[in-house]
Design a protein. Structure first.
Length: 157
């Protein structure tokens, strides 16, 4: 929200899209948008509000993004790893599905010539040694999706 408000205040963007693909409902973001009266300048979509079925979510994601992206000058994307099916907080997507999500996010942005600033988020899995390697692998796949949009060479957990 701080970045969104800075972009709007500085005039860098007239409208901002927030794409919150984390497993937690982004109600704080929604509350701030509403309390500041910025519903016409900040569009917010969160995957944490509803439990989606992965296949239908991915099939409809491109259209959802085209709608979101058409209403903004820039997108802030939270690439949540806690949506992973093995996450301790109860995600619902496989590694390949998360990567497909990211590929779609970046491909539609490229198609619409829309800048995207993104961050790694969430992810609470641990490997057998108690390390966060499964989360880092998901984030690595997001980075690959951003850089190339290709689905080859996935890390899999």
């Amino acid at each position: 929200m701080v970045t969104s408000l800075d972009l709007l205040t500085l005039g860098t963007a007239k409208t901002v899209g927030i794409l919150d693909c984390d497993n937690h409902y982004g109600n704080g973001t929604g509350d701030i948008i509403k309390s500041l009266g910025n519903e016409d300048r900040i569009t917010h979509f969160t995957t944490g509000k509803s439990h989606f079925e992965p296949v239908s979510f991915l099939k409809t994601l491109a259209d959802r993004l085209r709608n979101l992206y058409s209403a903004c000058d820039v997108v802030l994307y939270q690439a949540g790893a806690d949506l992973h099916i093995n996450d301790t907080l109860g995600g619902w997507m496989t590694t390949a599905q998360l990567h497909e999500r990211d590929v779609i996010v970046f491909e539609i942005a490229r198609e619409m010539r829309l800048p995207v600033a993104w961050n790694f988020a969430g992810g609470y899995q641990r490997d057998a040694n108690g390390q966060i390697l499964p989360v880092l692998q998901i984030h690595y796949n997001t980075m690959k999706a951003c850089l190339s949009g290709h689905q080859d060479g996935l890390f899999s957990n």
